[in-house]
Structures are given as structure tokens and as C-alpha cells.
Design a protein around this ligand. Sequence first.
Ligand code: CA
Length: 223
Amino acid sequence: MPAVLIVEDEPRIAEPLMFALEREHFAVTHVTLGQQALDAVAGGAVDLVVLDVGLPDMNGFDVLKQLRQRSELPVLFLTARQDEVDRILGLELGGDDYVTKPFSPREVVARIRAILKRLAPKPDVDTDKATPWQVDDSGFRLFFRHTELSLTRSEYRILATMVQRPGQVFSRAQLLDICASDEDSFERSVDTHIKTLRAKLRPLNGDHLIVTRRGIGYLLDTP
Ligand code: CA
């Protein structure tokens, strides 16, 4: 069930849209302020954002800019004015889209479906089951549920290794080898990295995926 966050301050626009999405079995959250939207996205469990350009506390472009600092979540803009459309078209939008007011809720639902379908992981034949992880090896970046994790070099190496072999138990000594940096000379420091990794995954509801095998080491569970 895809989760849609609606960011719109006008109830007469938000309500029919929420109704249409819920009828189509989307999980819908509604907020009216840009800051609330950023908080909701940081809390995880959002698959797509429907974002009004004219919000009471900040405009939708600034919300997008802040959102993009930590997330690749798709954003569908709602806009009433031609000059806003021009600005949206001028943005580097990636997978995003917009609809102009007035719109029919059904049209918006169709657009949302199209975006989510386009972004859905391609079904691949064998090993590549739907994973919440994306590793960008060349950029040393790691994404969980489309959100980039802010990791130290050692944390990145540990987690990227575990992501590549979910279910495999790694001993502290193995993980220490993987870190292979001067400041990490004790197995205890692996525990510290695991602890901070869990803390960074907690807002995204992913901390339980790192499992402790007492006396042995750690493994990454499949969700
Ligand atoms: Ca508005």
C-alpha cells in the first residue's frame, strides 16, 4: 500500500484528493505546512509527496529544495498559476510532475500511479528481490527507502558490505577488517558503528534490520 503525503493548506482541495486516494487504497497523510511536510518525510514511511506550491509558512519550491538534501522521494506539485508552472518546468525535477488547479482527483490519482510505476524497481529474474537499499559505490552513498543516509566512511563500508549479503553473519573481526582504518583498531569500535548505524536507520524504521548474533557478530535481516 503506497503511502502518499499531501501538503496542501486548502481543505477544499486536500479533502477530495484524500478521499480519492483512500478509496484507491493509498495510505494518506495530510499536512498543511511545509515544515510539517519535512518532518513527516524525515519520519519515513512516505512513498510520494503531493506538494502545493503556495503554503502558509514557505513555498513549495523551498520545501523541495530542503527535501532534496536528504531524499529522492518523488514529488507531484499542485499549482494554480502559470508562472509557477514555468518555474516547475525550469527546475531539475527528475521523476517529478505537476498538475494545475482546478484538477479532478481522479487525474491526480492516475498521475501518482504513473510516477510510482515508473520508479518501481524493475522485477529482475533471480537475486534482485525488492530491496529497500540502494548502494552508489562510486559516490560512497547509501540510500534506505529512497533516503540518503549520512554515514562515516567506516559506517558506509560496514553497511554496504552487509547490504550485499543479507542474512550472512559477519563477525566483529570481519567487520573490523572491512573498516580497515587507523582509528578503528578495536572490535569494540565495530559495536559503536553498529550502534550509530541503528540510530541513523531508526527514523526510517529500519534499525531492527541490523540483527545481533550474540557472541558471533551481526547480520542484515531482509525486511
Ligand atoms: Ca495553497
